[in-house]
Design a protein around this ligand. Structure first.
Ligand code: ZN
Ligand code: ZN
Length: 400
């Protein structure tokens, strides 16, 4: 086996940090990230890559064809920021008000560009191809799904045998500690929209109206009973009603009451059941009171499910390259969601969290991802780039 990438990664760590700082200072939100795309293309310029850009989003797909025959592996880094006003006070803080790289995607992008440089330098003895997937629109826009529709999985000709992504966290994990698990790693996140339809009237004469408010309240409570009675206690389901709106004043019964819930599940089976059971419950509970209700279940990101075998490979790789102490098998999935899930529906792979908490902060209390005060430490950049490169190189070597 050839030597690892850690030394070469350390040698380009300034370059990776420079790219990260430039992207961080000019964050862009959503699917259209022209400045970020330009920075990525500049960073990849001169490398022996086949580069294409997206049609419906400002993605960058780069393919490195190894000098030896072999399979294909995909590495993904997301590039988008969040609508947050940054309060970190960092010298390279966002200059764009209302936008911040509060989820650390600036680190993913620069680490992936670093990995492209590291692997390009080993092109001659690379046994197969690597697809570098630079993806906009992770935060709610489903950019990964759009890139799949535009052909990222077929960019090298044959489908990848494995796919990997890293995600930094500003808290939770100490600097440089990686964590992942086999099976579900993050939740499916769907939305339930409910409108209970009654008939308005005078607040003092409820018998002449059909009051939607107590019925909607009963449905909200019944949804919690549904979670505890219809789902295996060892397979968590979260239903949180985040908005509830009805009425205008105390003495008027409104025509309707509406609420929206986020629904988190960890398997396709639970997801299907919660979809059917919640809609049934809403409609029939309204009917029990002589009212009607609209219930619409809107699909968000699916469960992020790590492949058992690829998880074992990734855990072993991290242990061998950085030491056993640098990897933790996560005891539970996270209840957040990720659109890398769309890639993992088609390609076996792994989503890996990497601690980027500043060394002088306590990971247990440091502001977490999406906070205006979340700080991600540059100390993770070289190892992150090396890890991307190791995963690709070793995975190709293992299947050649
Ligand atoms: Zn995020
Ligand atoms: Zn993120």
């Amino acid at each position: 086996m050839t030597a690892g990438f850690s030394e070469e990664a350390a040698a380009i760590s300034d370059e990776i940090a420079e790219l990260r700082h430039a992207i961080h200072a000019e964050p862009e939100i959503g699917l259209d990230l022209p400045k970020t795309q330009h920075k990525v293309l500049s960073a990849l310029a001169g490398l022996p890559l086949e580069i294409s850009t997206g049609q419906t989003l400002s993605s960058v797909t780069a393919v490195l064809r190894g000098g030896k025959p072999g399979k294909t592996v995909l590495l993904r880094g997301d590039m988008d920021a969040l609508p947050v006003d940054e309060r970190t006070g960092l010298p390279f803080a966002s200059v764009t008000s209302g936008a911040m790289h509060a989820c650390g995607h600036d680190l993913h992008t620069s680490m992936l560009a670093g990995a492209a440089r590291l692997l390009s330098a080993r092109q001659a003895d690379l046994p197969g191809n690597v697809i570098f997937m630079f993806q906009p629109g992770e935060e709610g826009n489903g950019g990964a799904r759009l890139m799949i529709e535009e052909g990222v999985l077929d960019a090298a000709g044959d489908r990848p045998v494995a796919a990997f992504t890293l995600h930094v966290s500003s808290g939770l994990l100490p600097l440089g500690i990686a964590a992942s698990k086999a099976g579900p790693a993050m939740a499916a996140a769907d939305t339930l929209h409910v409108t209970v339809r009654g008939r308005g009237g005078h607040g003092a004469q409820p018998h002449h109206a059909s009051d939607p408010i107590p019925v909607a309240c009963e449905i909200v409570t019944a949804l919690q009973a549904m979670v505890t009675r219809r789902f295996d206690v060892f397979e968590p389901v979260v239903v949180t009603v985040g908005t509830f709106h009805a009425g205008t004043t105390d003495n008027v019964i409104p025509d309707d009451a509406a609420f929206v819930a986020t629904v988190r599940t960890f398997s396709p089976q639970s997801r299907d059941l919660v979809k059917a059971a919640s809609v049934q419950l809403v409609k029939q509970l309204a009917a029990a009171h002589g009212l009607t209700a609209d219930a619409e279940f809107v699909d968000g990101y699916p469960v992020t499910a790590n492949d058992q075998v690829e998880f074992g490979f990734a855990a072993k790789t991290i242990g061998e390259v950085f030491g056993e102490h640098r990897f933790i098998t996560a005891p539970n999935p996270l209840t957040g969601s990720e659109d890398f899930s769309y890639v993992l529906e088609q390609v076996p792979g792994v989503f890996i969290m990497v601690g980027a908490c500043p060394p002088d902060s306590d990971a247990a209390t440091a502001p977490f991802n999406h906070s205006a005060e979340a700080v991600f430490d540059d100390g993770v950049l070289a190892d992150g780039a090396a890890l991307y490169a190791e995963l690709a190189h070793r995975r190709l070597a293992a299947s050649s």
